[in-house]
Design a binder for this molecule. Structure first.
Ligand SMILES: [Zn+2]
Ligand SMILES: [Zn+2]
Length: 382
């Protein structure tokens, strides 16, 4: 082979390699908008080297962009700074460093801090702060008062964290009642990292507190999440009027959120029902069944969530599978079969399903129904 040709081929390979090495790609999280709101994907709890995290602040917006998020809050511990001999600790710096990186990528970066106290009241995040350094206070009550003075949104982190609650069960203390009464507790993490707290989900609904779902990530995200297929970082879905910091803040105070973690949704029925309805469509509702033969209906799922449906009603005239999974971004078939060769009429049905991975409170799953009009045509015996 010609030497020049080999050199040229090598040159092309190198060019290609360096181009692909530079490619930065974002994977969207496909969950539909609802009502008149945009469904923003957010993570309001993460750490950097400015407390006990292992990454530099500007890396967080890049990770968030690549993983399909819209907004993040950096929330380093105020009271725990193990890297202080190596890093000049300043609680406003993580935001100041991350914000320009976020702006370049259209990732909203929110200034926050983690008020890190023993239980009660435990750990709480204050976000939308103006000056995080003012949260350095001897008495935890003064730290919350300062956060409120800055008009922060304050939420309780990982209430069932085993280091503070060895049985993993969250407990509500007088101190939390005091915070709630004084308007210094606006939400709670229903999901933190890989833990889900059903009792906290119910508190949010009963006490009108906002549902949060965050990573609390300390490592580079991909050293902890997405290490195998379907291992997605948890996300707080925020139903915001616009993709702006002000709109996110308004939606958080108004309680318009849901939790999305491990292929499940946790939220108020009015919101999660809309997510399901805007994700799933059916190809037809008027069907003809000839005798005992079958007919197909197709469910199209335009979201990243595999919806797991279990049938909740039975009909003498129809037979079909009890369980069906509506796979993410796919269309699946449900086959309906007649049970009589003689039947001749038109009948309305309402197929009722429980969606096992959409929780509307600590005990119940979302129920959905699909109306069908079926014309039964008798078939002559052969
Ligand atoms: Zn914490
Ligand atoms: Zn934390």
């Amino acid at each position: 082979m010609n030497k020049n040709f080999i050199a040229f081929a090598l040159f092309l390979i190198l060019i290609n390699y360096s181009l692909s090495a530079q490619t930065r790609a974002r994977t969207e999280i496909n969950i539909p908008d609802i009502m008149d709101y945009k469904t923003l994907k957010c993570d309001f709890h993460m750490h950097t080297v400015f407390s006990d995290g292992l990454v530099w602040p500007s890396i967080r917006p890049e990770e968030a962009w690549r993983q399909g998020l819209d907004a993040i809050a950096l929330t380093d511990h105020i009271e725990y700074t193990p890297h202080k001999d190596d890093i000049n600790i300043n609680f406003n710096r993580p935001y100041e460093i991350a914000k320009p990186a976020g702006d370049k990528l259209d990732i909203i970066v929110i200034k926050g801090s983690e008020i890190t106290r023993g239980m009660p009241p435990g750990h709480c995040n204050a976000i939308f702060l103006t000056d995080a350094s003012k949260l350095i206070q001897d008495d935890w009550r003064d730290a919350f008062k300062e956060a409120k003075k800055q008009d922060a949104f304050i939420f309780w982190n990982h209430p069932g964290w085993k280091s503070q609650q060895p049985d993993g069960i969250s407990k509500w203390y007088e101190e939390h009642t005091w915070l709630l009464k004084n308007n210094m507790l606006n939400g709670i993490e229903v999901v933190n990292e890989r833990d889900y707290y059903p009792e906290v989900f119910q508190w949010c609904l009963d006490k009108n507190l906002t549902i949060l779902c965050n990573t609390d990530v300390h490592d580079p995200v991909q050293m902890f999440w997405e290490i195998h297929d379907h291992d997605f970082r948890p996300v707080t879905l925020v139903f915001a009027k616009e993709k702006t910091e002000a709109s996110i803040k308004e939606a958080l105070f108004a309680g318009r959120t849901a939790a999305y973690a491990t292929n499940s949704l946790f939220g108020k029925e009015q919101f999660v029902r809309q997510i399901f309805n805007n994700s799933v469509s059916i190809n037809k509702t008027d069907l003809v069944i000839n005798g005992k033969r079958s007919v197909n209906i197709m469910f199209k799922n335009d979201s990243d969530i595999d919806y797991k449906l279990v049938s909740k009603n039975k009909f003498e005239e129809l037979s079909f599978n009890d369980e069906i999974t509506l796979y993410a971004n796919k269309t699946v078939i449900l086959s309906l079969r007649g049970t009589s060769n003689e039947k001749s009429d038109i009948q309305k049905f309402e197929l009722l399903f429980e969606v096992q991975n959409i929780k509307i409170n600590s005990e119940e799953n979302l129920m959905v129904s699909f109306p069908l009009n079926i014309t039964f045509v008798p078939v002559e015996k052969m």
